[in-house]
Design a protein around this ligand. Structure first.
Ligand code: HEM
Length: 566
């Protein structure tokens, strides 16, 4: 029997019960009896109210014509459940395999799996605003939205223009030494003693987590969180993705906060956020007292908008600097860890990268940001392929359709619809990526030249004007088709402005590690791999397993290193 038929029957049965037991003043009952009867009926009245809402959502709502799981059409608890399970990315893949390219996954939420939908939903002229889902982040972080959560596009454009200056290529090159000194220490920790024999296994998720946190601390505030050397603050930073998961869940069900349920369901999350805010507050206090630092904070402090001459207020400054740390950490950690996972599971790819780096650079210190590193085409292909297979933001960036509606792929969606393209599902769509679950860096390299020209690591000064994949879409080569559906950094007016920095960090960490060391997977270790035991969609051994918390959580791979013979 269909869901619609079941709902109609339930409504009928419940209304029947209500009519049957409705207190009738003419049957001679006392007033007290009447009140007791009315109280006994209260649950049926509440049930009828809920049934009517469910029936409207499942049958009469304008989105009812789109396919999807029945309980997702009725309640956003469907999404909250998958956020807590950490499998939203996989769930979107499954939903689109089952129901097609347009899926309804919430009472007013739609997911569209297609490259052309990217432009329709995230393009500069798209008639959308940021979804209410983002509001919960500002709520939990002291009420001041940052550029990634502010619902006002004008305000966002101003903040983005200022942030782009802080994250410009010139600025990042000027801070290269901050990145390198942390990577040098990271490399030291990979081997035991002289490093002549294989090291004890290293959990790469953890070590890279510490490394990137320290880099981001140094670059943002000139103050490393120092988690590589000391365990003190590690749990604060590792707790962050858990906090993001809770905030994200609350974004889908704001009622959770209204009724105070977050204090029951997300106790740990509230503690995680409180500890992160305490750490941030002390870092800000320290930083405000310093002078002449070369970091994002000082650029943000000095930066003025070209158009208005306006700079950031103190509150905005704190929010934007906080955004840099949060947005730049977990995402880059996932990408860097994942590339180590794939290289350690695809030995031919590892050999090719090793050759490219060891032949390309005569000394370790030659490996720096610049044209030489950017010409490691095969390594770049590996980075891109990693970000495709394991996009660190694996599920969706929700947008709410504004008054007037929105046309996506020729379909019209009414105002109020929350709509998005699911990253992991699109990245595994065979139309764009044949043999979608296999790690194939070659798919990004031009067949003709072997170069990686379709990989765009540059950041244009004003990304809000970026044309999404337009030049790429026109070309018919497979690598161009792939590029048109690549969305790891988001696209359009809110796309990642830390992309250049992220690529430099990943390239430097991988190139320096493989220049110095031989690397292998700990014999017998499976941490980070897929397995049927982990549940549906997680059975592929050679796929790095992540738990989607908006950003991602993961463990492994367990790798061993030894100094290579020079
Ligand atoms: C592999 C690493 C990274 C990935 C996959 C990634 C991904 C993303 C995505 C998907 C968005 C869009 C969010 C949205 O529209 O809601 C975004 C925005 C953003 N990212 Fe990244 N990011 C990475 C690294 C970085 C780094 C290193 C920084 C630098 C500090 C950074 C700073 C930002 C900022 C400031 C925004 C907000 C842009 C805006 O709203 O205008 N990201 N990132």
């Amino acid at each position: 029997m269909s869901t619609k038929a079941i709902l109609i029957l339930l409504n009928g049965a419940n209304l029947g019960l209500l009519a049957r037991y409705y207190p009738n003043p003419s049957d001679g009952s006392s007033n007290t009896n009447m009140i007791l009867k009315a109280m006994a009926l209260a649950p049926l009245v509440v049930l009828e109210f809920l049934l009517l809402i469910a029936t409207y959502r499942a049958i009469l709502h304008p989105l009812a014509r789109y396919p999807g799981p029945w309980w997702a059409a009725i309640t956003d608890w469907y999404t909250v459940y998958h956020i807590m399970e950490g499998d939203r990315h996989i769930d979107f893949y499954r939903l689109h395999q089952k129901y097609g390219n347009v899926v309804r996954f919430g009472p007013r939420r739609i997911s569209v799996r297609s490259a052309s939908a990217l432009k329709d939903i995230y393009g500069v002229s798209a008639n959308v605003k940021r979804s209410q889902v983002y509001a919960s982040t500002a709520h939990f972080f002291g009420g001041t939205p940052h550029s990634n959560t502010t619902p006002d596009w004008k305000e966002h454009a101003f903040r983005r223009r200022v942030n782009v200056r802080a994250l410009s290529q010139a600025n990042i090159r000027g801070m290269e030494e901050k990145i390198l000194q942390n990577i040098r220490y990271f490399c030291e920790t990979l081997v035991d003693g002289q490093g002549t024999g294989w090291s004890a296994p290293r959990n790469m998720s953890e070590l890279i987590g510490y490394l990137i946190s320290d880099i981001m601390g140094d670059m943002t505030f000139s103050k490393s969180f120092d988690v590589q050397r000391k365990p003190d603050n590690r749990d604060v930073l590792t707790g962050l993705p858990r906090a993001v998961a809770g905030i994200h869940a609350v974004g889908y069900m704001p009622g959770i906060v209204t009724f105070g349920l977050h204090k029951i369901f997300f106790r740990k999350m509230i503690d995680d956020i409180a500890r992160f805010i305490t750490l941030s507050a002390s870092t800000f206090q320290w930083r405000f007292a310093q002078e002449n630092c070369n970091d994002f904070f000082s650029t943000l402090l000095r930066a003025r908008d070209d158009k208005t001459g306006q700079g950031f207020s103190t509150e905005q400054l704190v929010a934007e600097a906080g955004l840099c740390t949060v947005a730049g950490s977990d995402t880059t950690v996932t990408a860097t860890t994942a590339i180590f996972f794939y290289l350690s599971h695809y030995s031919t790819c590892l050999s090719r990268v090793e050759q490219e780096i060891r032949r390309g650079f005569s000394t370790l210190e030659d490996i720096r940001i610049g044209a030489h590193l950017a010409s490691c085409h095969y390594l770049l292909g590996c980075v891109e392929e990693t970000l495709r297979l394991t996009p660190p933001v694996g599920s969706t960036l929700m947008r709410e359709v504004s008054p007037g509606g929105l046309s996506v792929d020729g379909l019209w969606f009414p105002p109020g619809t929350d709509i998005a393209v699911p990253h992991y599902a699109l990245h595994h769509d065979e139309r764009y990526f044949p043999d979608a679950f296999t790690f194939k860096p070659e798919r990004w390299l031009s067949k003709a030249t072997g170069s990686s020209d379709t990989i765009d690591v540059d950041v244009t000064p004003d990304l809000s004007l970026e044309l999404i994949g337009s030049a790429r879409e026109k070309a018919s080569a497979p690598e161009s088709l792939a590029a048109s559906a690549f969305t790891a950094f988001g696209v359009g007016r809110t796309s990642c402005i830390g992309k250049y920095l992220a690529y430099q960090e990943i390239l430097l960490v991988v190139a320096r590690t493989l220049w110095l060391f031989d690397m292998r997977l700990e014999p017998g270790s499976t941490l980070g791999e897929g397995s049927a035991k982990l549940g549906p969609g997680r059975e592929r051994r050679e796929e790095f397993q992540t738990w989607d918390r908006f950003v991602s959580m993961h463990q492994g791979p367990m790798l061993q290193f030894r100094r290579r013979e020079l």
